[in-house]
Ligand binder design. Structure first.
Ligand code: ASP
Length: 322
C-alpha cells in the first residue's frame, strides 16, 4: 500500500471513530413497517422514551407502510450506515418476507443486528357479533360459513396473514383474507364489526378482549398469558400444537460502525431492564428475552436459523397466492 493510501485509510478510520464518539448528535429515526398503533409501532414507542433518555437524543418513530413491511425495510437498507436510520421489525418482516417477495435487499447481508426484542404469541379474536363462545364453537361456525368469513391481516406475508393461513388449515375451512396497512386498522374494523376475525399478535388485542370489545378464543402457545389468564391455549381449546409466536428485533444498515451498534444495543438493554418498560410489556403479553439473548449476535443467529427453518416451509406452503 502506498504512503498516500495508508494516510487516506488513517483519515477514514479517524473520521469514523470521531463520528462514533459524538454519536448521536441528532435525532434517530426508527422506521416502523406497519400502521401507527399496531404491534410493532407499540414496541417502538415503548422503547423510544427510555432510549432517548440514555442516548440523549430523541427517537423519531416513522411509519412507512405497505407490502407487509418490505417497503420500510428497503428504505433502511438504502439509508446511510451512520446509526441515524434504524429498522424495527419482526419475524415476518425480517424472515418471512424473503420467502414471499422478490426483495431489492438481502435480509442478512444488508443489515447489522442491534438487539433481539420481546416476543408474543398470537390470539384468535373475533367481533362480538360472532355467535361462538369457545374455540370448538368457533371452528364449527367457520366451517358452516366456509368462504364467507372475513379475516383481517397486515398484508400478504405479514405475521397475522401467515398465522391466519396456518389457522385456516388447522380448522379445515377457507377464509377471505382482508389486507390492511397494519393490524391497528384491522382491529378498529373488528371492533366496529366490519370484519369477522383476526389471528392477531397478543399485544395488539389483549386489552380489547379484557374490555369486552371483542372475543378472544385461544392463545397460540403452550401457556396462557399471565395478563389474560381467562383465554385458553390452542391445546386446551382443541387445536393442539398450533403454536405460533412472533419475536421483534432492531437492525441498522450494513456497515454501521461497531461502536455505534454497541451504543444502540446498550440503550436497548437498559430500556429492557427498566421496571416501567417491563411492566408495560408484561401487560401486553410481550415476553422480554433473557439478558444473554439481547445481543446483536443472538439476534443475527436467531434470524439466520429462522430463515433456514421457515423459507422452505413458506415456499412449500405456497402462501403467496392465498
Ligand atoms: N406486525 C403485524 C403483523 O405482522 C402488523 C402490525 O404491526 O401492524 O401482522
Amino acid at each position: 500500500m502506498s504512503k498516500l493510501s495508508i494516510a487516506a485509510l488513517w483519515i477514514a478510520v479517524m473520521v469514523t471513530g470521531a463520528a462514533a464518539q459524538s454519536y448521536p448528535s441528532r435525532p434517530i429515526t426508527m422506521v416502523v413497517p406497519f400502521a401507527a398503533g399496531g404491534p410493532v409501532d407499540t414496541v417502538a414507542r415503548i422503547l423510544s422514551e427510555p432510549m432517548r433518555a440514555s442516548l440523549g437524543q430523541s427517537i423519531i418513530v416513522e411509519n412507512t407502510t405497505g407490502a407487509a413491511g418490505s417497503i420500510a425495510v428497503g428504505r433502511v437498507a438504502r439509508a446511510a450506515a451512520d446509526g441515524y436510520t434504524l429498522s424495527i421489525g419482526h419475524w415476518s418482516t425480517h424472515v418471512v418476507n424473503g420467502a414471499i417477495y422478490t426483495l431489492q435487499y438481502d435480509l442478512l447481508r444488508d443489515f447489522e443486528p442491534i438487539a433481539l426484542l420481546p416476543s408474543n404469541p398470537m390470539i384468535v379474536v373475533s367481533k362480538n357479533g360472532v355467535p361462538a363462545k369457545d374455540l370448538a364453537e368457533l371452528i364449527a361456525w367457520l366451517k358452516a360459513n366456509e368462504g364467507r368469513v372475513s379475516v383481517g391481516t397486515a398484508g400478504a406475508g405479514s405475521g397475522s396473514h401467515i398465522a391466519g393461513v396456518y389457522f385456516q388449515r388447522a380448522v379445515g375451512a377457507r377464509f377471505q383474507f382482508v389486507p390492511y396497512r397494519g393490524t391497528a386498522p384491522a382491529l378498529q374494523d373488528l371492533v366496529a364489526g366490519q370484519i369477522d376475525l383476526i389471528v392477531d399478535q397478543a399485544s395488539n388485542s389483549v386489552q380489547h378482549v379484557r374490555d369486552g370489545k371483542i372475543r378472544g378464543y385461544a392463545v397460540t402457545a403452550a401457556r396462557r398469558l399471565a395478563s389474560a389468564p381467562n383465554i385458553p391455549t390452542v391445546d386446551e381449546g382443541g387445536l393442539p400444537g398450533l403454536h405460533m409466536g412472533i419475536w421483534y428485533g432492531l437492525w441498522a444498515p450494513k456497515g454501521t460502525p461497531k461502536d455505534i451498534i454497541v451504543k444502540l444495543n446498550g440503550a436497548v438493554m437498559r430500556a429492557l431492564a427498566d421496571g416501567g418498560v417491563r411492566q408495560r410489556f408484561g401487560e401486553l403479553g410481550l415476553e422480554i428475552p433473557p439478558v444473554e439473548q439481547q445481543t446483536p449476535e443472538a439476534l443475527g443467529a436467531l434470524q439466520k436459523a429462522e430463515i433456514e427453518k421457515w423459507w422452505p416451509l413458506i415456499k412449500a406452503a405456497n402462501i403467496k397466492g392465498e
